[in-house]
Design a protein around this ligand. Structure first.
Ligand SMILES: Cc1cc2nc3c(=O)[nH]c(=O)nc-3n(C[C@H](O)[C@H](O)[C@H](O)COP(=O)(O)OP(=O)(O)OC[C@H]3O[C@@H](n4cnc5c(N)ncnc54)[C@H](O)[C@@H]3O)c2cc1C
Length: 530
């Protein structure tokens, strides 16, 4: 990026919402530039549960959000089919779930416009044989699994096609404001790789910084009290169900199981945290998730867990402004809010978009851009629901079998496999490096799925580091260290049984053979759930 670039709008945050805002602005002919402090999708959008909500989870607690979810569920299936695996979903009633909630559920779904069809238990158990046989009722809903990385990349690619630009590893560190009316005139950014600082002059700023939006508003002198809700999840090493399974009960911990590619994800907890960067998973959370998961799939506690991870919900408690008291995270609405800081705090030219779900990112972007465009005097309508997003080369949702077919067509064994679990070849890795430029192994994980399979990077990481080192001497070592630190962070709380053995093997490879420093202390044996 050249110093002093002037654009109409600077967008802060490279998650789904920021990417959606950038695309919408660009499609309306507004010049726009996005900055993201890390890699794209490295915030909550890359650390979520993977569910394209039907909205049925919120029909009672949050009907506005439920309606938004079902409407956007239909839009995304139309504009981004290659990012969605249409698994379908069930809401199931376990013996511990309340009858009155079950009785109200069909009417509440109908009121929100969600198709919820009762399912015979025989049919349910035939389709999902591992489910708890004590389940006493079930409804089918249009849930699905949604791939965040490809969705964000597709939004950014579309925005670029319409003239916008997006920059990774570029943190916002301050604002410049006019001396007369206090309006925002520029954003100060720091390149996290070179340390260089620059100023970007602009007419407006959209903060799509999710759970970090309060910090960004503070830098501009505006007030925005976020209530980040930490949610932890567990990745199990295989698909235990073919469809998304939800408990038909008021939202709680460990009550959703989402099949994603070759694995499934059990979640989530919901704990208000003071700092959105505090996403450490605790042993207590792992224990609680597994105990609750047992109600859906008996024996889930003895399944092999590949990884635990957490994200921060971008929750905004609008009622706290009035009474100064914060709701607990679970009680805060998931609906979104567009905040005009000119009107509210006297900081003209700054808008924050907070709340919402990944499922509703496009609607959030539309509502934000409607407000910003009106202020800039632009009356072009939103077209993001009508124009499909660019599809990946395959044109279909990611499926490991496609990679296998491509490998065989390419001469099989000659293709130089770097990652056996996710079939990442040297060619795929170098293509990703050519496309994205300077990248860490963790960045490459997001684009290629390197290290995401059952071995969690034990075998492929050293090979991929060597590919990086071929391009820039020394790059491999630091990439190796960064990747290993991040991967091991997610396995400390789940180190028992087969996974503990796998960890010992990985620790032996990295610490013993490769002498990579900074590995965690010897994992303790003990079953987290026990
Ligand atoms: C545990 C959990 C499970 C969830 N499950 C689901 C689900 O299954 N389905 C669903 O629809 N939704 C789900 N959600 C909600 C959904 O993930 C979020 O609403 C959505 O991802 C938020 O996207 P975003 O773009 O607004 O925020 P983010 O993806 O967090 O993007 C904000 C970006 O701003 C960047 N940023 C911060 N500070 C700066 C700075 N100073 N300069 C530049 N950039 C900065 C961050 O690095 C980040 O990348 C879940 C959330 C959690 C926490």
């Amino acid at each position: 990026m050249n110093a002093g670039v002037e654009v109409d709008v600077v967008v802060i945050g490279g998650g789904a919402t920021g990417a959606g805002v950038l695309r919408d602005l660009a499609m309306r002919g507004v010049s726009a530039l996005l900055v993201e402090r890390g890699d794209f999708t490295s915030g909550t959008s890359g650390r979520y549960h993977g569910l394209l909500h039907s909205g049925a989870r919120y029909v009672e607690s949050d009907p506005v959000s439920a309606r938004h979810c079902i409407e956007e569920n239909a839009v995304l299936r139309r504009i981004a089919p290659a990012t969605i695996e249409p698994t379908g979903g069930y809401f199931v009633v376990t013996p511990d779930d309340p009858d009155d909630y079950l009785e109200r559920f069909p009417a509440a779904c109908a009121a929100a416009g969600i198709d919820a069809e009762p399912v015979e238990l025989d049919d349910l158990f035939r389709a999902e044989p591992l489910l708890n046989r004590q389940i006493r009722a079930a409804y089918r809903v249009p849930d699905a699994s949604l791939e965040p990385w490809e969705l964000v990349d597709a939004n950014l690619a579309s925005a670029r096609e319409h003239g916008a630009s997006a920059h990774r590893y570029m943190s916002v560190i301050g604002f410049e404001r006019a001396t007369d009316d206090g309006a925002v005139t520029a954003v100060r950014v720091r390149d996290e790789r070179s340390g260089e600082e620059r100023t970007i002059g602009c007419r407006a700023v959209v903060s799509a910084a999710g759970a970090w939006a309060g910090k960004i508003a503070g830098l501009a002198g505006a007030r925005l009290e976020m209530s980040p809700g930490k949610g932890s999840m567990l990745i199990l090493n295989r698909r235990m169900t073919t469809a998304v399974i939800n408990r038909l009960a008021p939202p709680g911990d460990g009550d959703i199981l989402v099949p994603v590619h070759t694995v499934c994800i059990l979640g989530t907890t919901d704990i208000t945290v003071p700092d959105p960067d505090d996403v450490q998973v605790t042993r207590d959370e792992v224990t609680a998730l597994l105990a609750d998961g047992e109600r859906l799939v008996p024996g889930i506690g003895s399944a092999r867990i590949l990884r635990a991870y957490a994200g921060s919900r971008p929750l905004y408690d609008a009622s706290a402004l009035e009474d100064g008291q914060h709701e607990e995270s679970r009680g805060i609405s998931r609906a979104h809010h567009v905040i005009d800081h000119g009107r509210r705090d006297g900081v003209d030219g700054l808008w924050s978009i907070v709340g919402g779900k990944l499922t509703t990112y496009r609607l959030m972007a539309r509502d934000t851009v409607d407000a910003v465009a009106a202020a800039l005097g632009v009356d072009a309508p939103c077209r993001t629901a009508d124009e499909p997003l660019p599809a990946p080369a395959s044109g279909t949702p990611y499926w490991l079998g496609d990679r296998l077919a491509a490998l065989e067509a390419d001469g099989g064994g000659d293709a130089e496999l770097i990652c056996e679990c996710e079939l990442v070849t040297r060619g795929r890795l170098t293509h990703a490096l050519d496309e994205r430029g300077d990248s860490s192994l963790d960045d490459l994980r997001r684009t290629t799925r390197l290290g995401m399979g059952p071995c969690q990077g034990a075998f492929c990481t050293p090979r991929a580091a060597a590919v990086l080192d071929d391009r820039m001497v020394g790059a491999g070592n630091s990439a190796l260290l960064g990747f290993v630190t991040e991967r091991f962070r997610g396995t400390r709380t789940i180190a028992w049984g087969d996974q503990l053995a796998e960890l010992w093997l990985a620790a032996g490879i990295f610490r013993g053979t490769l002498a990579v420093g900074g590995l965690p202390d010897t994992p303790s044996s003990g079953h987290a759930a026990g």
